[in-house]
Write a protein that binds this ligand. Structure first.
Ligand code: MG
Length: 391
């Protein structure tokens, strides 16, 4: 069996979901998804000449050749790796459909049949901690057993630099990675309100989106310690591993990071220095299912659990769930689309039930796209699995 074509369709979800279809002369096709970004769909099409005529089962070799040809080895080029991730996931789906086996089988079989999802709740309607608590109760009532909020947005004590009212000059200036005393107190009050609203049985994580410096990140993490959070995510920027390690080793609040790192090499130092307690690769962005498995197995040597970042459609989410089922050190995977009512309608199959995805036994990832829904939400200018990325 040989690859005959590679096509894309970009769906306008809460992010542009870049769907990738790999076709063969045997009539079997595979459907994958890449993380969003400018040029991702175009790069998928740039890879096409490297795939046509090739045996689709040589997944690792094809990835190696595409990486070398499109970005060069070691470049850790973000957008290229992202595009190749979408192709890679399509190839695993194709392999599964060829052999009539679920993707999880190719990664060693399953530790679990159900994958726990955490709902990203973002923030409350206002900065009042009571509104965060209300949002938390609503999401938990929908069946989720793990949730996450953003701690770095809506802070009423962060100075708006466009505001010339000098009476507010005690507020904290953004950009300088500092957390003021009132700002810190607000963050703790939000986390406390959420925890108290949902009780000890619900896992609660908080995200800080790389905003703070080392000492202030430590102050924040230590102030949150009595709340026993599932994790505090990205309190410092992700690149300086020594700085990251210093924060992680200074608090018993588990520090989580990883959504902006690429390829197994990109995670090596983070793991070997035990600079994070929980690692959150974005699988359709960082290199795909096999690359994620390498990171998960490496992390497991240090007893570090995996909590993949995920903003994908059902296609990417379920493909990732198959490999999450196949690693012992899986903790939870993100669901970012609680506010997208048609998210699950994009496919024919049932999706999240009681905050979990049941890993199905159908070939590949096991999902069939609902063409009507996909076409109805096609991103403006994108073709529906056309020969070119745009119409
Ligand atoms: Mg995050």
């Amino acid at each position: 069996m040989k690859i005959t074509n590679v096509r894309t369709a970009v769906i306008a979800g809460n992010f542009p979901w870049v769907l990738v279809r790999v076709e063969t002369d045997g009539g079997v096709t595979g459907l994958g998804e890449a993380y969003w970004g400018a040029g991702v769909a175009e790069l998928v099409h740039r890879a096409k000449p490297l795939l046509i005529g090739e045996d689709p089962t040589n997944i690792a070799k094809l990835m190696f050749v595409m990486e070398r040809s499109l970005s060069g080895e070691g470049s850790q080029a973000g957008v290229t790796t992202t595009a190749l991730s979408g192709i890679e996931i399509a190839l695993w789906d194709l392999l599964g459909r060829m052999h009539k086996l679920p993707i999880s089988t190719f990664f060693g079989g399953r530790f679990r049949e159900k994958i726990r999802i955490y709902a990203d709740c973002h923030e409350g309607d206002t900065h009042d901690p009571a509104d965060y608590a209300k949002r938390a109760r609503d999401v938990v009532a929908a069946g989720f057993t793990a949730i996450k909020f953003d701690l770095d947005n809506q802070n009423p004590y962060t100075l708006d630099l466009t505001d010339n009212d000098h009476s507010r000059r005690h507020w904290v200036e953004p950009f300088n990675r500092h957390i003021g005393e009132q700002e810190l107190a607000w963050m703790v009050s939000v986390a406390k309100a959420v925890k108290e609203a949902v009780g000890p049985e619900i896992m609660v994580a908080m995200d800080a989106h790389w905003k703070y410096g080392v000492n202030d990140a430590i102050k924040l993490a230590q102030a949150l310690e009595p709340l026993n959070l599932l994790w505090l995510e990205d309190p410092v920027p992700p690149i300086n591993i020594e700085a990251q390690r210093h924060v992680t080793h200074s608090t018993r609040t588990p520090i989580c990071t990883g959504e902006n790192l690429y390829l197994a090499q990109g995670f090596r130092e983070l793991i070997e220095k035990q600079a994070a307690r929980i690692i959150a690769p974005d699988i359709p962005k960082m290199g795909g299912l096999l690359e994620f498995k390498k990171v998960a197995d490496h992390a497991n040597l240090y007893y570090i659990p995996m909590a993949p970042h995920n903003v994908a459609s059902p296609i990417g989410t379920v493909a990732c769930s198959h490999v999450c089922a196949a690693i012992s050190n899986f903790l939870v995977i993100e669901y970012h689309a609680h506010d997208v009512p048609w998210w699950a309608d994009l496919v024919e199959q049932d999706m999240i039930v009681d905050g979990h995805i049941t890993v199905n036994d159908r070939p590949g990832h096991g999902l069939t796209l609902n063409e009507d829904v996909a076409r109805a939400h096609l991103k403006k200018g994108s073709s529906y699995f056309g020969d070119e990325p745009t119409a």
